[in-house]
Design a protein around this ligand. Structure first.
Ligand code: ADP
Ligand code: ZN
Length: 426
């Protein structure tokens, strides 16, 4: 589609979605009323800058269904993603939404060169996260044979890759490296397997990781980007040119803003990525602030696609960490620590990557008044550690190693990453 045709389509869809949320989501109606806006003020895609932003906090404040626009009877699937504290983000999809998502995911796979002749393993987690089922539907639509391997059970998965002649795989880049290592340990060599295409995403990764994965698994590695608030995997994807990821901009309209002034930035400049869903029925969002930092590239790509491209994610404008593909906020750890009287509000998250697997260690200071009694008996220390681990696991959805510290031993550092030491090279 030419740029003019695309802009015209986006403008039409924007007017429609704004009208829809105005009438169906009180949160947006009130925001627009406060800004003296009605849907009639939004007619072209350029009018988008008049609209209010949406943040993860807005989703949390309206937990669980406050931003849902469709009646519950129209919702056919519900996913959930990590919230900053306490409540997860809930996203409901109508049948049409699942159809759009499936089509966008099929676009990604087709762009990677996947066809009906492939046997394709989906090794994102199945469950509340959008990765597994999202990729799964797309593979079925393309007509390849999907192997819903999910995560875990890596040795069995490696055996299936060899025995079934699996040709494609979708997983996190760090899991791909872990899989490569498992195969090497099992004595499975590159010439025994037929992997040729990998769809990697859900966490940031580098060109060095791409080269290493390609070398060790013998496939071509493509980027796949998405987030559950917008849809899930398939918001953008690399093509054969691998010069940025094409955004499905007929459904997800991107903008780059300065995260401090909130002004829209011209294409080419790095800032925070913002998306407006142009066709979503279940939980449409206007100008959702992803907190992901990147830039947009316009102009035709050598692959022939005209859809705008985004650069790799260069960082975050908040303190969210992605550990084994799962979003973790230091504030989640803080809420657990504060809920237990034994601990002072001093803690540190230490993230590392050991044998290609992310590890999380949480250090917490014991309060002075508990310190003497607790550290008297090893059994009591052990019990307190277990109690903290269990609480962390239920809040974070991933296991963390716990280290209890004596009072005033955790160093106070300044600035944004005061509670995080990330030793991974990403
Ligand atoms: P997912 O299930 O894809 O992880 P979430 O909504 O839980 O979806 O997390 C979305 C976040 O994951 C994004 O905002 C971004 O920070 C990160 N992410 C997803 N895909 C990529 C990617 N290809 N490269 C870098 N970061 C990514
Ligand atoms: Zn391209």
């Amino acid at each position: 589609m030419s740029r003019d045709e695309m802009s015209e389509l986006q403008g039409r869809r924007l007017h429609k979605i704004v009208t829809y949320v105005y009438h169906n989501v009180p949160f947006y109606r009130h925001k627009m009323q406060a800004m003296d806006l009605t849907p009639d003020d939004i007619n072209t895609i350029e009018d988008i800058t008049k609209l209010p932003f949406t943040t993860k906090k807005d989703l949390r404040d309206n937990y669980p269904f406050g931003l849902q626009a469709a009646p519950q009877s129209e919702i056919i699937r519900i996913h959930a993603s990590s919230g900053t504290t306490g409540n997860p983000t809930i996203v409901g999809y109508t049948r049409k939404d699942i159809g759009v998502w499936t089509e966008c995911m099929a676009r990604c796979l087709t762009s990677y060169g996947v066809t009906r002749n492939d046997i394709f393993s989906v090794s994102y987690g199945y469950g509340l996260f959008t990765g597994g089922l999202g990729a799964h539907n797309g593979v079925e639509m393309v007509g390849a044979a999907v192997v819903p391997a999910s995560t875990g059970n890596t040795e069995k998965h490696a055996k299936l890759i060899r025995d079934l002649g699996i040709t494609g795989i979708a997983c996190t880049p760090s899991y791909a490296l872990y899989l490569a290592e498992t195969m090497e340990k099992m004595g499975i060599t590159k010439d025994q397997i037929k992997l040729r295409v990998g769809a990697f995403g859900a966490e940031p990764w580098t060109e060095q990781m791409r080269e290493e994965i390609q070398e060790r698994l013998g496939l071509k590695a493509y980027n796949l980007y998405g987030l559950s608030e917008i849809m899930g995997p398939s918001v953008s994807y690399e093509c054969q040119a691998q010069h940025g990821s094409h955004i499905c901009e007929d459904h997800f309209y991107p903008e780059i803003i300065n995260p401090v002034t909130l002004d829209k930035l011209p294409n080419g400049q790095t800032g925070e990525l913002v998306f407006t869903t142009l066709t979503k029925e279940g939980m449409p969002v206007l100008r959702y602030r992803t907190r992901d930092l990147c830039s947009l590239m316009e102009g035709e790509c050598s692959c022939g696609r005209t859809a705008v491209r985004m650069s790799r994610i260069q960082g975050r404008s908040d303190d969210m960490l992605i550990i084994r593909g799962i979003n973790v906020f230091p504030s989640q750890v803080e809420s657990v620590v504060l809920s237990m009287p034994e601990f002072a509000p001093r803690y540190m998250l230490i993230v590392d990557r050991i044998n290609n697997l992310d590890t999380l260690t949480v250090q917490v200071e014991i309060r002075q008044e508990y310190f003497t009694s607790v550290f008297d008996t090893p059994a009591a220390i052990d019990q307190l550690e277990k109690k903290l681990s269990a609480k962390l696991k239920s809040v974070l959805s991933i296991g963390a190693k716990v280290q209890l510290k004596a009072p005033n031993t955790i160093e106070r550092s300044q600035g944004k990453s005061a509670h995080v030491i990330d030793k991974r090279n990403i």
